[in-house]
Design a protein around this ligand. Structure first.
Ligand code: PLP
Length: 472
């Protein structure tokens, strides 16, 4: 493809992109293709001869688009969002065009230095202590793995990296039974072993019970185990429960245990002064992760990972083959040493674009509006005698179920599961579910970039009517 052809196709694509953004609301939210349907439409062998980009776009529209679930549709209320925004998309176009691989400072000084500055901006926006240093990772799972590995190295005097686990004792990691599965994954990968992940029971509001945490640590120490790390969650995946950071931090401090905070979704809410209570006790934090790719309007992937002790993070990951030795080493940030991958995309550019075009006020207004919409939804649900709210509404997630009279718990579970499938199959909205205290629970997240109260009101009418039609 020559430059003129590129120019023509790029202009056409920009039209496609703008039309998509304008019309995404009218597309079915969740794709309804059957397993294997897309796969079978793609030829088994790659083409021998060059094909036109026009023919590729024709297939993209015909074959690929029906298999896309539209996360940017404001009727997407499932999981946690993977939000984007025009400013982020434009910056991604620049990143793709530059195609820079930003593994070390020298391979693009601007990428390294913009990343350093963006982490300072984010730290200030969410109110983390000034001594923290940040790095962009691909996902919260990777950041949590980095935290567990660093905690493992710190507690073993950096010996596991060197000689493996022999003689290191049995390490223990603690989190609540509501913690995201990425923690268990990290424990498996780190060699600590999933049997050494202690899941602490929660309070009625689904936050970690610190008394139970203390008891577990006392027992493990008596048995000769070594407490290595506690993971506190701000905004659990099921209900956005907030673990009591100060109490957990004090336990970490007394026992010299690494405190990792997973704020994947709720971290963005910290830009609002009214949510700063969530990080009361922040002085105890050793590492902290949140995802601008969830609620800060920045294309997937973009995870902000902050540490109090950057030298320990670097010591855990550092490796220096000859070909990566530079004259600037030690005087600049070579981010390849701050996590698992060597190669790195230029992700800071989209954050810069989002923060500058929204401004801190713009970000705050949008997030605050999402929180207000969740609170209105909670009120709408609470007014109906045949629906029940199942968890406190803290940020932008509402957990509820349909509870018509005369149904036992098993029947209610089946009914709500059926309701969830019926709604999602309609393509008009997309919800996901969880199970709370044995109850099948619908989760509705009001944090898609373009969601408005009108979308939620329409969805709520649809949910009520669909639910009642199931038993009439
Ligand atoms: C609380 C929490 N932590 C971690 C993750 C994992 O995020 P990622 O997809 O960035 O690895 C999620 C995903 O939703 C989450 O809800």
């Amino acid at each position: 493809m020559n430059h003129d052809e590129f120019r023509r196709h790029a202009h056409e694509l920009v039209e496609w992109m703008a039309n998509y953004m304008e019309n995404v609301e009218n597309l079915p939210v969740r794709s309804s293709v059957k397993p294997g349907e897309i796969f079978r439409k793609i030829p088994d062998k790659p083409p021998l001869h060059s094909e036109s980009f026009d023919s590729l776009m024709a297939d993209f529209n015909e074959i690929i688009m029906p298999g896309i679930t539209h996360w940017q549709n404001p009727n997407f209320f499932a999981f946690f969002p993977a939000n984007t925004s025009p400013a982020s998309i434009l910056a991604e176009m620049l990143t793709a065009t530059l195609g820079a691989q930003c593994m070390i400072w020298e391979t693009s000084p601007a990428a390294a230095e913009l990343e350093e500055k963006m982490m300072i901006w984010l730290k200030e926006l969410i109110g983390l202590p000034s001594g923290f240093e940040g790095v962009i990772q691909d996902s919260a799972s990777t950041a949590t793995l980095a935290a567990i590995l660093t905690a493992r190295e710190k507690v073993t005097g950096f010996s596991v990296n060197d000689k493996g686990f022999q003689g290191s004792g049995i390490l223990k990691v603690y989190c609540s039974d509501q913690t995201h599965s990425s923690v268990e994954k990290a424990i498996k990968i780190s060699g600590i072993g999933r049997k050494n992940l202690v899941k602490i029971p929660v309070n009625p509001d689904f936050s970690m019970n610190p008394d139970k945490l203390r008891e577990a640590i006392v027992l493990d120490k008596k048995a000769g185990c070594i407490p290595c790390c506690i993971v506190a969650t701000l905004g659990t995946t099921g209900t956005t429960a907030v673990d009591p950071l100060r109490s957990i931090g004090e336990i970490c401090h007394e026992n010299n245990i690494w405190l990792h905070v997973d704020a994947a979704m709720a971290g963005t809410a910290l830009i609002l002064p009214e949510f700063q209570w969530m990080i009361d006790g922040k002085e105890y934090i050793d590492s902290f992760v949140f995802n601008p790719h969830k609620w800060m309007f920045t294309n997937f992937d973009c995870t902000a990972y902050f540490v109090k002790d950057a030298p320990s993070l670097i010591k855990t990951f550092e490796i220096l083959p000859e070909y990566l030795k530079t004259r600037t080493r030690g005087t600049v940030n070579d981010y390849r040493d701050w996590g698992v991958p060597l190669g790195r995309r230029f992700r800071a550019l989209k954050l810069w674009s989002v923060i500058r075009t929204y401004g801190a006020d713009g970000l705050r207004n949008t997030v605050r509006n999402h929180v207000a919409i969740a609170s209105s939804l909670k009120e709408m649900i609470s007014k109906e005698v045949d629906f029940e709210i199942l968890a406190p509404v803290i940020i932008s997630v509402v957990c509820f179920r349909y509870t018509p009279a005369g149904f036992n718990e098993d029947q209610l579970n089946s009914l709500n599961e059926k309701l969830n499938h019926r709604l999602n199959d309609s393509g008009k909205l997309y919800l996901s579910h969880t199970v709370l205290n044995g109850r099948y629970t619908l989760r509705m997240v009001t944090a898609q970039t373009n969601v408005t109260i009108e979308h939620v009101e329409r969805a709520w009418v649809n949910i009520k009517e669909t639910a009642r039609s199931l038993i009439s």
